[in-house]
Design a binder for this molecule. Structure first.
Ligand code: CA
Length: 491
């Protein structure tokens, strides 16, 4: 979507109790007005408990409809509330992406006896014990749902590994044995082979599993009307399966059906390979850029801003990158904690929202704040200001001025339909700085103002349309022609 902006509508501590869908529905008009164009909603399936954030998925067909795991609703509400929420969002012109967890299943209904080999947790391609029998939690019969929507029941043949032996009451990583069974080969090579992440690892090599997951996608999309899938933990799922799954869904829904994968890796040769393996049909989150933003926030003036986009997904594959600052896993206390420092957040959002490349994703924890953390109240007004600037000015050629380790800038030259010019400056120096910018003689005598509101001064361009544009220490500025209706609206 042209200059679209995605919102990850939840964070790890998002209030539970089944109120989420209602609250998001009530915000739909406000979000559309703010320039958000799509929402990524949390996993809607019944998890192992009704407190589950959604990644401990139990039943892909229970969206808060069946009395399973002690409750009908999920953390976020009932299925009807989910469907109502999606309808309201779509009525306001917003797209909706579902969070889809296919790597594993949790909270099995029963255990089974089967043969395994135990592998080295640090190198899963190294077998350290066995074969021997264990009892694992792999039987999923969904007693609360029965055969409604699908009569598929899961057993150990449909999984490739578990991490608990109920016979010996022992933790470990146990690879399940069977005909032609092994870890998927085309997963991340981290830990020797990173097919196994957690819970009962779904064996996507099994033809019945592949068929069932495809059938499920038809059901889910027909039932909910979502516009896309955010695929969880794809580094742990066979790339060939993902390519096949994406092809299948697009063949049924059309090419516009949106996919973004969570491939949590900063090694650009590995992410390059993944994009190739999945036929460039799926966007991925720009994890490398996230870590560059974090590092810049930690090192301040010692960080070389000229390198901030080096080897990132958005630089290497501009049309396939979802740029983001933080998410529910990187927030404080979570499994992939790598939080971008608060002082740098506005600069980080300028670095994703005021660029022509990448599909920026705003994080609920940065927008509304982290629930229960008064030190992290969020940057809603700042982010909305940046989105307004994006929608009016981020058009046409983007001229880069990455000359100084503590001061970078870029200029948008506009188009016929959006003729304004915008000069964005990012400064990590400990003192105010200026950048000399020439916009051409046509712009001689024009007055420029900082639409970020960070600078009150105005610049009158000289006879060449040039000026020394200021930016404050550890801050950003977004300079455009003074008196634009967008600016008047802000005042
Ligand atoms: Ca896996």
């Amino acid at each position: 979507m042209k200059n679209g902006v995605m919102l990850q509508a939840f964070e790890w501590n998002t209030e539970g109790g089944g109120t989420f869908y209602r609250r998001i529905g009530e915000k739909a008009a406000r979000l559309a007005e703010a320039g958000i164009t799509a929402l990524w909603l949390p996993p809607a399936f019944k998890g192992q408990t009704s407190l589950d954030v959604g990644y401990g998925t139990y039943d892909l067909y229970d969206l808060g409809e069946f009395n399973q795991k002690e409750e009908t609703r999920t953390k976020y509400g009932t299925k009807q509330e989910y469907l109502d929420c999606i309808r309201i969002l779509k009525d306001h012109g917003l797209e909706v992406y579902a969070d889809v967890v296919l790597n594993h299943k949790a909270g099995a209904d029963g255990k089974e006896l089967f043969k395994v080999v135990e592998v080295n947790p640090m190198n899963r391609s190294e077998e350290i014990r066995g074969p021997f029998d264990i009892e694992g939690w792999t039987k999923f019969t969904f007693p609360g749902r029965g055969t409604r929507y699908s009569d598929f029941q899961w057993n150990f043949n449909h999984f490739s590994g578990v991490d608990y032996d109920d016979l010996a009451k022992r933790n470990g990583i146990f690879k399940i044995l069977g005909d032609n069974k092994d870890w998927s080969k085309d997963v991340s090579g981290e830990m020797g082979n990173f097919d196994y992440l957690m819970f009962a690892d779904v064996n996507t090599e099994h033809p019945d599993v592949r068929d069932e997951l495809k059938r499920w996608s038809d059901w889910y999309i027909a039932e909910t009307g979502v516009d896309g899938f955010r695929m969880d933990a794809v580094k742990h799922i066979s790339a060939d399966f993902m390519r096949d799954f994406v092809n299948y869904v697009k063949s049924r829904q059309g090419d516009q059906f949106y996919f973004v994968g969570e491939y949590w890796k900063t090694d650009d040769s590995e992410t390059d390979r993944y994009l190739y393996q999945t036929d460039y049909d799926i966007d991925i989150f720009d994890v490398k850029l996230h870590f560059h933003l974090m590092e810049a926030s930690q090192r301040g003036a010692d960080y070389d801003l000229r390198r901030i986009f080096d080897n990132t997904v958005v630089q290497e594959h501009p049309g396939l990158a979802v740029t983001f600052v933080d998410n529910h896993d990187s927030q404080p206390g979570q499994s992939l904690e790598s939080w971008v420092g608060e002082w740098f957040k506005p600069l980080a959002y300028a670095l994703i929202l005021l660029r022509k490349d990448g599909y920026p994703c705003v994080f609920a924890g940065d927008y509304w704040g982290i629930n229960g953390d008064p030190n992290r109240p969020g940057f809603q007004a700042e982010i909305e200001k940046l989105i307004r600037i994006r929608r009016h000015f981020v058009f046409g050629d983007q001229e880069e001025r990455f000359d100084d380790p503590n001061l970078i800038g870029w200029i948008h030259h506009g188009t016929e339909d959006n003729p304004g010019k915008l000069a964005t400056l990012i400064c990590t120096a400990d003192e105010d700085r200026t950048m000399r910018i020439e916009l051409g003689a046509d712009w001689a005598g024009k007055k420029f103002a900082d639409f970020s509101g960070n600078r009150d001064d105005k610049i009158i361009l000289d006879e060449n349309g040039g000026g020394d544009f200021p930016v404050s220490a550890r801050s950003y500025s977004a300079w455009a022609e003074d008196g634009h209706p967008l600016q008047l609206r802000d005042e």
